[in-house]
Write a new protein. Structure first.
Length: 550
């Protein structure tokens, strides 16, 4: 329940602080006095968006702070989930800065608007004329039925499974689409992959083949060059080796005379050894040289295949061709596994459909139980509210479609008078009838679920006299188990409250201000008398007010 509210610099309110109690509280005031401002401030506490127009003084920030006793709401898990400090006396503060920015706090911890809205659903339910119109909405009607039979856990399980089912269905559709599109390319990709596989490519192979091809293609030139080099190196008369030997012999004679000559001799010896090794390499190369036209043709054939594949795949190396081969292999393999994936997903989807159908049937069966309970209780309450001939025909039909809350469609048919046909609630119920039906719904729901603090904003529209008294009595009865506020223009309802607040507007100089104050017993008599007779209060109005209060 809300225990206190303070407002600073909001709309017509410069500064306000008020405490609230349990039970049934009444809020009255002339049209335009500022009752909607109080609701607007509470709306900000519940997480509604704000703008600079909310500030009375545009140079100062607006602060709205509400205290809630949540000791009986079992909200500790919510605070733990959202990493907030749990306090039985929880404080929600909303600030609107002159810059237009807005900040929100729960027990002094900064929160975003979504967290504020989520918590607000457990704390306050502001029932306005808009919400009365929402009663004709199918989702709201389902919520009423489901609350009566505690269907929410089944619906939560259904929604989780439905989400998983939709994810799988989306995956399946994508796979089928991919399979369809891939089938067109599968044959060509398989051909390309086979072509690359048959080529038996190896990294570095192109360079080796090109080198081998050059040797085999120029074997005569190479042989002639090597033979000539060998002749120059090893000729017995003028060969390089023979000349080096003579140089070595000559230098050996003078080497003992100086380290310089000794060094020269060592260098000649080193050159001789290196040249001898070169000569041996010439011989080995000459022995390897074979004129092999068949091998030349094979090397040329493989190179031409490599060049053709590189041109086809627009790459420059064998290594890049091997990468293309891997990609094609993966693509062909992936398309090959899609059929398996489709089969597995189809089985999983079927299993989830079976589970969804079972949950939907449970939800439907529970709603079928709720229909007569709701209908009978509505008829009983509305009978006391001046609708003795009211009838309801609530039809819940199973369908093949998965909705967010099951597989049912709902028709909430209504007839207010004898001899009139049933019609959809939103089409045949008047504003006054809708107000009474909504009050009856709230009274019924109060028995089956723990509702938050309820604020009825002029739910008495379209009623008066004895009916208004009955409405007040129903709200009074509801307040025995929960905190109820009623913003009303009817003295019959105002008289039923435990506490009475009045919203008034005054002008000070060029400034207009709204204020909210609790009325004393005498002030309350005067207020209700004014509601009965207007500005000029007669003795009969005062007596009538006292009678209503008593």
């Amino acid at each position: 329940m809300i225990t206190a509210l303070s407002i600073k610099n909001y709309a017509l309110i410069e500064k306000l602080a008020i405490d609230f109690s349990q039970g049934f509280s009444i809020i009255t005031g002339e049209t335009g006095a500022g009752k909607s401002i109080i609701l607007g401030a509470l709306g900000l506490v519940l997480g509604k968006r704000a703008d600079l127009s909310s500030l009375k003084n545009k140079e100062e920030k607006c602060i709205i702070e509400a205290h809630f006793d949540i000791s009986k709401y079992n909200l500790a898990p919510f605070f733990e989930t959202n990493d907030l400090d749990y306090e039985e006396d929880t404080i929600i503060r909303r600030e609107i800065l002159p810059s237009g920015k807005s900040r929100a706090f729960i027990n002094d911890s900064p929160v975003n608007l979504q967290e504020l809205q989520d918590l607000g659903t457990f704390l306050l339910d502001i029932h306005s004329q808009q919400q009365t119109r929402e009663l004709s909405d199918e989702s709201v009607q389902f919520d009423i039925l489901d609350a009566i039979v505690s269907n929410h856990s089944h619906i939560a399980a259904f929604q989780m499974l439905l989400q998983s089912y939709k994810v799988d269905k989306n995956k399946l559709n994508n796979l089928i689409k991919k399979q369809s599109e891939g089938a067109k390319e599968q044959e060509y990709n398989t051909f390309l992959l086979t072509e690359l596989n048959d080529a038996k490519l190896k990294a570095g192979e192109q360079e080796e083949l090109e080198s081998e091809f050059e040797q085999l293609n120029n074997v005569e030139i190479i042989k002639e060059a090597i033979d000539k080099a060998l002749a120059i190196t090893n000729d017995e008369q003028v060969g390089v080796v023979q000349n080096l030997k003579e140089i070595k012999t000559t230098i050996q004679k003078i080497a003992p005379f100086s380290t310089d000559y000794q060094n020269l001799l060592e260098r000649v010896v080193s050159v001789t050894i290196e040249l001898d090794d070169i000569s041996q390499e010439f011989n080995r190369s000459a022995e390897k040289l074979v004129n092999d036209p068949e091998r030349l043709a094979l090397a040329n054939q493989k190179l031409q295949l490599i060049y053709t594949l590189q041109k086809k795949h627009q790459v420059a190396t064998v290594e890049e061709l091997l990468e293309v081969q891997v990609r094609l292999s993966n693509s062909v393999s992936e398309l090959g596994t899609i059929a398996v994936d489709i089969e597995l997903l189809t089985v999983a989807i079927q299993e989830k459909m079976t589970a969804l159908d079972a949950l939907a049937q449970t939800i439907h069966d529970n709603r079928a139980i709720a229909v007569p309970l709701l209908s009978n209780q509505l008829i009983a309450i509305l009978d006391t509210l001046g609708m003795p001939n009211v009838r309801f025909d609530i039809q819940v039909r199973s369908t093949a479609t998965y909705f967010n809350n099951g597989k049912d469609e709902l028709q909430f048919l209504f007839s207010a008078n004898k001899g009139t046909d049933f019609g959809l609630l939103k089409k045949v119920a008047s504003g006054g009838e809708m107000s009474r039906i909504m009050l009856a719904v709230k009274a019924i729901l109060a028995k089956y679920s723990k509702l938050p603090t309820l604020i009825f904003d002029e739910i008495d529209t379209g009623v008066s006299g004895e009916i208004a008294i009955k409405m007040g009595e129903i709200m009074k009865e509801m307040s025995s188990t929960m905190q109820i506020f009623a913003i009303t223009h009817l003295p019959q309802i105002a008289a039923k409250g435990n506490v009475h607040f009045k919203v008034s507007k005054s002008t000070v100089g060029d400034d207009t201000q709204s204020e909210l104050k609790i009325l004393s017993a005498e002030e309350r008599i005067v207020e209700i008398a004014q509601m009965l007779s207007g500005t000029v209060i007669s003795d009969s109005a005062l007596n009538h007010a006292k009678a209503l209060l008593n």
